[in-house]
Design a protein around this ligand. Structure first.
Ligand code: HEC
Length: 120
């Protein structure tokens, strides 16, 4: 019957339309479902190595050479980030004491803070 065919055709087109829009969503998950920000700086990937190369020979788990603090863990560094950013950019009283680190390392630490102090 013509009328039945029409209903059948409309039902099929609704189904097809729904299926195609659903499967598009499945094939292209939203970016935040994969990774909140794939370019964000993290402690594990970017920051820890800056501290182990430049700071922990004094600010080790047992601080030495008169350093008052340990900067060997994510929590220690995160909790002191404002003090740290202040000293690593203080040309007249720098950390490390031997002189300012490169601008790009200092920028990475600032960017880590701006990205939300992610651990990994
Ligand atoms: C050669 C040893 C040495 C190195 C390397 C060194 N520090 Fe220090 N740091 C000290 C000493 C000694 C003090 C205490 C005297 C002062 O404040 O200047 C200190 C103090 C600090 C302070 C202020 C007090 C505190 O601990 O809260 C910060 C912040 C700091 N250092 C961060 C760093 C960072 C970040 C690095 C690496 C980028 C670093 N230091 C590398 C020896 C060092």
């Amino acid at each position: 019957m013509k009328f039945k065919n029409l209903i059948y055709a409309s039902a099929m087109s609704i189904l097809l339309f729904n299926c195609s829009s659903d499967s598009n969503d499945d094939l292209a998950p939203k970016e935040e479902e994969i990774d909140p920000d794939p370019t964000a700086i993290t402690y594990d990937a970017n920051i820890k190595s800056i501290f182990s190369s430049n700071c922990t020979n004094c600010h080790g788990s047992q601080p030495t050479n008169g350093a008052p603090t340990s900067y060997t863990t994510y929590t220690q560094v995160k909790n002191s980030i404002d003090k740290i950013i202040n000293r690593i950019n203080n040309a007249s009283n720098p950390m490390p004491q031997s002189g300012l680190m490169s601008q790009s390392l200092r920028d990475d630490i600032q960017q880590w803070k701006d990205d939300g102090l992610l651990e990994n």
